[in-house]
Design a protein around this ligand. Structure first.
Ligand code: ATP
Ligand code: MG
Ligand code: MG
Ligand code: MG
Length: 475
C-alpha cells in the first residue's frame, strides 16, 4: 500500500477508534505538572495521569498520535535511517481494561489486514521477553506467526524503578538483505542493524516493582494490568513510501528540497556526507519549529538549551552546504505546511516562530563567524609552527564556538594543516571527567530522572555552555 503520512496517522486512530478507543489529541511537547520530564518523549508521557490513577478516564481505551522529542537520539540523527529528535508516536492504551489477548491480535490485524495497513506478514518479525510465555503463545497460536519470525530478547522488560513494570514485545519490519552487510553480527530483529526496523513497541505493565526488590521474578502481579504501545509514524511511513530512510518521505522531502534551494547548488543524494547535513538540518528544523511553537524559547538551560543546541547544529551543517546567510527561519513555514492536517497551529504561528528562529540564528552567525576568524589566526600560527593545530585549541573551538571537530579538520586540510586529534580527545575526556564528577554529586542529591541524566551526558559531548562568546578567548 502507498500511504501518505497523513493517511498513515489517520488510519491508526480510526483502527483503534473502531476497537472502542477514545482519540486523545496530541498534547504540548512541554510536560504539564511533571518536573521529572524535560520534554514529552513518548505517547504515554501525556497519559501518566491515567496510569497513576490520579485521573480516571471516561473511556479506559485511549489512542493518540503524540509529538515527542528525544534528545538522547541526537547523535543518531542523520546517521541511522530511523532516528529523529522530534517524531510522532502513535499508540493504543488500556488503563486496566483489555490486555495481551486483545493487544497482540489487534496489532497484527492493523498491520496486515488488507483493509488497514496491508503489510506483507512475511516481512514482519517479533521479539518477546523469554519468560513471557503468554505473549509467545498468542503470537504463535492465536496470530499464527511462524516460529522463525519470533525471537526471544532478554532486554524486553520495561522497568524504570519502583512502580508498574513488565515485559514488552517489539515488532520489526524486514527491509531486505540489501541492508544486511555480511560483517554485522547483530543482523537480527532487535540487534543494532539497519535491516530489521523496529516499528512498534508494545508494553505489558503487569507487575509492581516494589521497593527493595531487585529480581523481576519476585515482582507481584498488578491487580489492574495496562497496555502501553508506541509506533513511530516516520518509520512506518518510510515503509509505505519505499524510502531508504525516514527522510525520503513526504514528512521530510519538502524540507530537504527547500534546503537544496538555499545551498550553493548542493543536491541531496550526491554525497553521503552532505546528505547527513541535509538530514540533520531537516530534523532539527522540525524540532525547533515545534518546540518554539509550543512555547519554549532558546536559552542557556533546560529546554531552551536544547533548542539552542539544535538550532546551532543546524546552522553549522548549513555552512557545510554553502549556506552563509540566515536560512533556518525559511524552513518554519515548510514544516508548518507538511504538518498542517494534524497540527494546523504550526502554520498559523509560523511568523512568530520564524522570528524567534531568525533572532537566534543571527546571534549564532556572529559567533560562528568570530570562531572561524579565530580558527584562521590559529591556522596562521600553525603554518609557522609545524603545521599542526593544537588539540586543546581544537577542543576550545568545539566547546566554546560549537565547531564540530570535523569542521576544524576540514578547514585545516584546506590549508595544508593537520589537527592533533589525540590532544582533542584528551581535552574532551578531561571535561567529561569533570562533568561526571559533577553529575555524581547531583545523583547523590536525588536526581534520578533518566532524561535529565541524558541531558547532562549530552552536554558533556557538545559543551555549548559557554555561549557568551564575546567573553571567550582562545588560549
Ligand atoms: P530504537 O531501538 O530504534 O532506538 P526504541 O526501542 O528506543 O527504538 P521505543 O522507546 O520503544 O523506541 O519507542 C517506541 C517507538 O517509537 C519505536 O518502536 C519507534 O518506532 C519509535 N521511535 C523511538 N525513538 C525514535 C526516534 N528517535 N525517532 C523516530 N522514531 C522513534
Ligand atoms: Mg532508542
Ligand atoms: Mg529498541
Ligand atoms: Mg522499543
Amino acid at each position: 500500500k502507498e500511504l501518505s503520512s497523513a493517511e498513515t496517522r489517520e488510519m491508526f486512530l480510526r483502527f483503534f477508534e473502531s476497537k472502542g478507543h477514545a482519540i486523545e489529541p496530541s498534547q504540548s511537547l512541554i510536560p504539564k505538572d511533571d518536573p521529572s520530564l524535560l520534554w514529552i518523549n513518548s505517547g504515554v508521557a501525556t497519559l501518566k495521569k491515567y496510569f497513576d490513577g490520579s485521573v480516571i478516564p471516561e473511556n479506559r481505551r485511549i489512542t493518540n498520535a503524540q509529538k515527542a522529542i528525544r534528545t538522547n537520539d541526537i547523535e543518531n540523527v542523520g546517521h541511522t535511517a530511523r532516528h529523529h529528535t522530534l517524531f510522532e508516536m502513535m499508540g493504543n492504551f488500556s488503563i486496566g481494561d483489555y490486555f495481551k489477548t486483545d493487544a497482540i491480535p489487534w496489532a497484527w490485524e492493523l498491520l496486515t489486514s488488507p483493509e488497514w495497513y496491508d503489510i506483507d506478514p512475511e516481512k514482519l518479525y517479533v521479539t518477546v521477553y523469554p519468560d513471557d510465555n503468554e505473549s509467545k503463545q498468542i503470537w504463535l497460536d492465536v496470530v499464527g506467526l511462524p516460529k522463525d519470525h519470533l525471537y526471544e530478547e532478554p532486554d524486553n522488560f520495561w522497568d524504570i524503578g519502583e512502580g508498574p513494570s513488565g515485559p514488552d514485545t517489539e515488532i520489526f519490519y524486514d527491509r531486505g538483505s540489501k541492508y544486511d552487510p555480511d560483517d554485522n553480527e547483530e543482523n537480527y530483529p532487535g540487534g543494532e542493524n539497519e535491516r530489521y526496523l523496529e516499528i512498534w513497541n508494545i508494553v505489558f505493565s503487569q507487575y509492581n516493582h516494589l521497593p527493595g526488590l531487585t529480581d523481576n521474578k519476585d515482582y507481584p502481579e498488578l491487580p489492574h494490568k495496562n497496555i502501553d504501545t508506541g509506533m513511530g509514524l516516520e518509520r512506518l511511513v518510510s515503509v509505505f513510501q519505499h524510502a531508504d530512510t525516514n527522510f525520503e518521505t513526504d514528512l521530510f522531502l519538502p524540507i530537504i528540497h527547500a534546503i537544496e534551494g538555499m545551498s550553493d547548488g548542493k543536491k541531496y543524494g550526491d554525497d553521503p556526507e552532505l546528505d547527513v547535513s541535509f538530514k540533520v538540518i531537516a530534523d532539527h528544523a522540525r524540532a525547533v519549529t515545534f518546540a518554539i511553537g509550543d512555547g519554549a524559547l532558546p536559552s542557556n538551560e533546560g529546554r531552551g538549551y536544547i533548542i539552542r543546541r539544535l538550532l546551532r547544529r543546524a546552522v553549522v551543517h548549513g555552512r557545510r552546504l554553502g549556506i552563509n546567510q540566515v536560512f533556518l527561519k525559511n524552513l518554519v513555514p515548510v514544516v508548518g505546511q507538511i504538518m498542517q492536517s494534524y497540527y494546523p497551529e504550526v502554520l498559523e504561528n509560523a511568523d512568530y516562530i520564524a522570528s524567534i528562529v531568525e533572532k537566534e540564528e543571527n546571534r549564532f552567525n556572529k559567533t560562528l563567524t568570530a570562531g572561524l576568524q579565530l580558527l584562521q589566526n590559529v591556522m596562521d600560527d600553525a603554518k609557522q609552527n609545524g603545521g599542526v593545530i593544537d588539540g586543546g585549541v581544537a577542543f576550545k573551538l568545539y566547546d566554546t564556538y560549537g565547531f564540530p571537530l570535523e569542521i576544524t579538520i576540514e578547514e585545516a586540510q584546506d590549508n595544508g594543516l593537520t589537527v592533533d586529534e589525540a590532544g582533542f580527545e584528551s581535552a574532551m575526556k578531561e571535561q567529561q571527567d569533570r562533568a561526571r564528577a559533577a553529575r555524581g554529586k547531583q545523583a547523590s542529591m536525588g536526581i534520578q530522572d533518566g532524561l535529565l541524566t541524558d541531558l547532562h551526558t549530552e552536554s558533556e559531548y557538545v559543551g555549548w555552555t559557554d555561549l557568551e562568546v564575546e567573553d571567550a578567548t582562545l588560549v
